[in-house]
Design a protein around this ligand. Structure first.
Ligand SMILES: [Fe+2]
Ligand SMILES: [Fe+2]
Length: 364
């Protein structure tokens, strides 16, 4: 029908079918969710994770006889985290029109900056790298600039979910080694309580970051399922750790991390991708790819305003809806605690596109 209408009439036709949310309304709802979550996050971050990279650890008690492999790993952790100003400035710029997201990125950046300083302290107090060496290494790192892995906000949001989880896993496995629980022969018998505390403290931050970005992706999944599932598919298709192309001797670092049992392709599959998928209501990579393929087979009607329901079969939208609702309850509780609810409470609004789930018959 679109092709027989005069072009000027196309613009006058209502772009959103009756009963559905317009994109502007969806964007408003997502922004309100981000804003509420950001305020909750900041309060919580200050109450429970207000540590300091210098004062929170007994640096002089860090072991001076660490295996050289661990120094290589610490140095690599530091190298990645010290790009915090690049990560933050690029991401802030990308989402600058969103209050909740841009202010969050500043808070997030201030936490990532602490990670960089804590790992640098670990390298210094290991006694195995001189201050001069560290200075030159930093100069070398800073001569390169980290750029966004994807051009748009949704892909970068999805990327960050996987990246935060992968980073958390790296630090948890470092903690395990420092607690003397490594199964690798070259690391057995080694333990360092200071290093274990550093790794654990940073891993807790990374878990909080993962959760923030995950909640964001869930809101996108709920209101823009097709766009978000496509972004997830694209991100996992080319995932690599941040700054992998910038850090000198990355291959050696990656190899050492792998041999130490800290992180490798299998860990990504099992402990990053599968965990994030489960948290996003996606059964598997295969189910995701299959679902997207099926959606594309369904013909698009008349200018694309009629949505297909095939996309909702690609993931467990009921679970995602439940998660988005729970997020709103958390935000509302926080707003009541402060008194924001008296002025402008954050409300959850159902996405009417979501098909009502049939209750399966008893003999199905
Ligand atoms: Fe970090
Ligand atoms: Fe992080």
């Amino acid at each position: 029908m679109a092709d027989v209408m005069p072009p000027n009439m196309l613009n006058e036709r209502p772009r959103t079918p009756t009963g559905l949310l317009s994109n502007a309304e969806k964007d408003r709802l997502i922004e309100r969710g981000f804003l509420g979550l950001y305020r909750w996050y900041t309060a919580r971050s200050q109450e429970t994770r207000n540590w300091n990279p210098d004062r929170s650890f007994e640096w002089r008690e860090l072991r001076q006889d660490m295996p050289p492999e661990l120094i290589t790993v610490l140095q690599g952790f530091f190298a990645v985290e010290q790009y915090a100003p690049d990560f933050t400035s690029n991401l802030v710029h990308l989402v600058r029109r969103s209050h909740g997201r841009s202010h969050f990125q500043l808070r997030w950046g201030s936490e990532e900056e602490k990670h960089a300083d804590a790992w640098e302290n670990a390298v210094l107090f290991s006694g195995q790298r001189s201050p001069k060496w560290i200075e030159e290494y930093k100069e070398r790192l800073k001569s390169q600039t980290w750029e966004l892995p994807f051009p748009d906000a949704i892909h970068n949001l999805v990327y960050t979910v996987f990246q935060e989880r992968a980073t958390q896993l790296n630090y948890l496995n470092m903690m395990k080694i420092a607690q003397g629980r490594s199964e690798k022969p070259h690391l057995q018998g080694f333990a360092d309580p200071v290093l274990a505390k550093v790794a654990q403290t940073i891993a807790v931050d990374e878990a909080a970051h993962y959760n923030f970005f995950l909640e964001g992706v869930r809101m996108y999944l709920y209101y823009y399922p097709e766009r978000t599932l496509n972004a997830i598919k694209n991100v996992i298709g080319q995932f690599s750790m941040p700054a992998a192309t910038l850090v000198p001797d990355w291959e050696q670092f990656f190899e050492t991390v792998y041999r130490a049992g800290i992180y490798g392709p299998r860990d990504f599959q099992r402990d990053v991708m599968q965990v994030a998928f489960r948290n996003m209501g996606i059964e598997s990579r295969k189910a995701l790819e299959e679902g997207i393929r099926k959606t594309r087979e369904v013909p698009d009607f008349d200018g694309g305003t009629f949505k297909t329901t095939a996309i909702f079969e690609t993931f467990d939208y009921g679970a995602v809806e439940g998660d988005v609702k729970r997020l709103h309850v958390k935000i509302q509780d926080y707003e009541k605690e402060i008194g924001f609810d008296l002025y402008d409470p954050t409300e959850f609004v159902v996405n009417p596109e979501v098909p009502v789930q049939d209750t399966p018959a008893a003999d199905d």
